[in-house]
Design a protein around this ligand. Structure first.
Ligand SMILES: NC(=O)c1ccc[n+]([C@@H]2O[C@H](COP(=O)([O-])OP(=O)(O)OC[C@H]3O[C@@H](n4cnc5c(N)ncnc54)[C@H](OP(=O)(O)O)[C@@H]3O)[C@@H](O)[C@H]2O)c1
Length: 229
């Protein structure tokens, strides 16, 4: 039988990288995509030493474009006859309000945080559908619910992503593809670079990754995780 396979969008750092490392530790084949080749090359070197039982396939692609999503999906389909898990993880964050933020901020967030999931899932759904008990994860955000005023544009893009995921869940209900929406609170990654915050007030990316591992059988439709105070 082929090896269990996971694909994670935007996984050269942060939550995506933690998910990749966790599944690699369990000898899964891991497919990742990000824009910067140097970070992916570095990841490949580490993999060979640290996770010799896991194959890492890297794709340099801008997933905010449909072409980038199709390129990533093509590389997965070329190398694997199955896809057990797809994690729509890629997302970018910066503060900004709907009326006062940069003019193109909403468009940028909708492309990166919403349409990436849409185009990638459409391209990979045939592979998920033919893999028994596969699971589609989407990494949302508590910002979509808490709606902090200073990050309203990001919150809107994540609220749209939550709605997209719930719609896809309904469409997949009669199939063998399970779905899980993970809704994390603030997590200590490079998204927080330049922000004056105590890392102890935030989740660790490994805590979010652990939820993907825990619910990989698709036993939960939605999971929220926030830092306990
Ligand atoms: N950190 C938090 O506090 C937090 C809280 C709740 C939810 N989330 C969500 O969790 C997810 C991961 O966040 P994170 O904080 O782990 O992010 P991160 O550390 O900033 O990592 C983002 C990853 O995505 C890649 N990436 C960014 N834009 C891309 C694009 N257009 N195409 C391809 N790859 C791209 C980056 O590599 P390149 O730059 O090389 O492309 C990097 O590998 C996001 O959806 C985020 O909204 C984060």
């Amino acid at each position: 039988m082929s090896k269990n396979t996971i694909a994670i969008s935007g996984a050269s750092s942060g939550i995506g990288l933690s998910i990749a490392q966790l599944f690699a530790r369990h000898h899964w084949s891991v497919f990742v995509a990000a824009r910067q080749k140097t970070a992916l090359d570095q990841m490949q070197l580490i993999w060979e030493k640290k996770f010799p039982e896991s194959t890492l396939h890297c794709t340099v692609a801008d997933l905010s474009t449909q072409e980038g999503c199709i390129l990533f999906a093509s590389n997965i389909k070329k190398h694997s006859p199955q896809l057990n898990i797809l994690v729509n993880n890629v997302g970018q964050f910066s503060s900004g309000t709907l009326l006062g933020g940069a003019t193109d901020q909403l468009e940028h967030f909708l492309r990166t945080n919403l349409l990436s999931a849409h185009f990638l899932t459409r391209a990979l759904s045939p592979l998920l559908l033919k893999t028994p008990q596969s699971c589609l994860f989407t990494i949302g955000s508590i910002a979509a619910i808490a709606w902090p005023e200073e990050m309203a544009t990001y919150a809107l893009s994540k609220a749209a992503l939550h709605a997209w995921h719930r719609g896809v869940r309904l469409e997949l209900k009669k199939t063998e593809v399970n779905t899980c929406l993970i809704i994390p609170g603030g997590t200590y990654t490079s998204s927080w670079d330049g922000v004056d915050i105590d890392p102890d007030e935030l989740l660790k990316p490994q805590e979010v990754a652990a939820l993907v591992w825990k619910h990989k059988a698709g036993d939960k439709e939605e999971v929220t995780i926030v830092k306990e105070t």
